[in-house]
Write a protein that binds this ligand. Structure first.
Ligand SMILES: [Zn+2]
Length: 485
């Protein structure tokens, strides 16, 4: 089914569920709203579909911790009768979002940037606010819900749609519900923080950290020509200059009870000590120019100074000036064909030139030139196929400049012929990077700590962002700080 058809089906379903009901936050009447039972049923259904596409982070202790913090906030919210479900997703994206009916999600990617329980509670409180104020199911945001849920539905429609789902989750959910609803979610989040004893000002702190992350990430994403990984609940203005946000957070002070609690910095850091950072092992890990994939059991080395994009469906590498591209895709081996036949069949061509077997020990491979459609237009391309284990690896490389062979052909061939099996002694290189919490010693600076990480670029800035000390803070001796290893 096409996305358009699914969207119209959903609109029909949505219209059928519509009615009139009391808004839990305002007490007023919302013109179009699902009943609570319908809302819960809808949330439950999409929760299952969402998990098929977005796996949960496998750490029961961390999941239980997030649920405990979230449940306490939810019990003190405007919909204390609703059973909330909190899920940590195994994603490096910096995001948190809620589906109708009390389904709240937070990625390990955003959790890396938080430095206390109170900051975690601030983000969860914001998402609970979207649920209690029923932003997802209000009439004016029907299109948003349709977009989100339409995308979730399309997860069932095959791998192309699955890619669309990631995009939709990356954009529709990041886009959020518009300025007024986001401000309302911040107001409610601050109120729930105050009600359980945290300082509501923590809301400004966590939004500030995420705003710094956003500005830095947007700049990097532009450099790397990709979508930024940012949180939807952050606005154009830095919270330090956002009078309206400061006002709604200050107003939450009146919900403070007699009992106050600490921000829970040590508890939180203890919980995320050892958490995966960046791409997971299932996506493969890049160290310097070398790419390692544990489950596929392969490694290869990319050209010096080329940037590498690890996309869900391909590995893409290109020079900074964008004058060439080399992509690697992998498919299960289903046909009994020779490497040459596989190359012809996969690239749908019967006019291979300069074909020859690849010289890779223990592997069957074939390479040739072929004129094919590329992002640069029709070009002479370097193609190759390698059969390894139960998979077929397909290389396609082209130069922007037209010619009888790609200009960077020597580099392309070197990369292709550098493909090999992962050795047993390389297994640790294929493991994900993790967050480690250490105690800063006298003389520790982020510049020095950055040299001990093996992050490819911007290590110093990333460490400052992760520790809430961007752009120029330094650790003080004895302070617990996060590093990446
Ligand atoms: Zn929001």
């Amino acid at each position: 089914m096409s996305r358009t058809l699914l969207a119209s089906l959903f609109l029909l379903a949505f219209a059928a569920l519509s009615g009139c009901a009391t808004n839990p936050v305002t007490g007023g009447q919302d013109f179009v709203l699902m009943t609570q039972d319908q809302e819960i049923a809808t949330g439950r259904q999409y929760h299952q579909q969402l998990l098929q596409q977005h796996p949960t982070y496998e750490d029961p202790r961390l999941q239980a911790y997030v649920s405990r913090i979230g449940d306490e906030l939810a019990r003190n919210s405007h919909r204390s009768e609703l059973v909330f479900h909190f899920t940590v997703l195994d994603s490096q994206d910096v995001n948190a979002f809620a589906l109708p009916g009390g389904y709240v999600y937070i990625t390990r990617g955003i959790m890396a940037y938080m430095n206390s329980e109170a900051e975690l509670a601030g983000v969860l409180g914001h998402e609970i606010g979207h649920v209690t104020a029923r932003h997802g199911v209000r009439q004016q945001s029907a299109a948003t819900v349709t977009g989100i849920l339409g995308a979730v539905i399309s997860a069932r429609a095959g791998s192309q749609a699955a890619g669309d789902l990631s995009n939709m989750l990356g954009t529709a959910l990041i886009r959020g519900y518009g300025r007024e609803h986001e401000l309302e979610a911040d107001r409610l989040g601050a109120e729930y923080l105050a009600r359980v004893g945290y300082d509501p000002q923590e809301m400004l702190g966590v939004v500030g950290i995420l705003k710094d992350q956003e500005e830095f990430e947007k700049q990097r994403a532009a450099e790397e020509g990709r979508e930024p990984r940012i949180y939807h609940g952050v606005f154009a203005t830095h919270p330090a200059n956002d009078a309206r946000l400061q006002e709604v957070v200050r107003a939450a002070d009146r919900f403070k009870g007699s009992a106050t609690r600490s921000a829970g910095r040590d508890t939180y850091l203890g919980m995320i000590d050892g958490m995966v950072w960046g791409p997971g092992e299932k996506q493969g890990v890049l160290r310097g120019r070398d790419f390692y994939h544990r489950d596929l059991g392969i490694t290869l080395r990319f050209p010096q100074d080329w940037r590498v994009e690890n996309q869900p469906d391909r590995l893409l590498t290109l020079p900074r000036d964008g004058s060439a591209m080399l992509q690697l895709t992998v498919e299960p081996l289903n046909e009994r064909l020779t490497a040459r036949q596989l190359l012809e069949s996969k690239f749908k061509t019967n006019s291979l030139r300069e074909g020859r077997a690849l010289n890779i020990p223990g592997m069957d491979g074939y390479t040739a030139l072929a004129t094919l459609n590329t992002p640069f237009g029709q070009r002479a391309t370097r193609t190759a196929v390698i059969v390894h284990d139960k998979n077929v690896y397909l290389f396609l490389a082209a130069s922007k400049a037209d010619g009888v062979r790609p200009q960077q052909d020597t580099l392309f061939l070197a990369t292709i012929e550098g493909f090999r099996s992962l050795r047993a002694d390389e297994a640790t290189l294929a493991e994900s990077r993790r967050i480690h919490v250490i105690t800063a010693k006298a003389g520790d600076t982020f510049a020095r700590l950055a040299r001990d990480t093996d992050l490819n670029q911007h290590a110093e800035e990333i460490l400052r962002l992760l520790n809430g000390m961007y752009p120029d803070g330094e650790p003080t001796p004895g302070q617990r700080i996060k590093i990446i290893k």
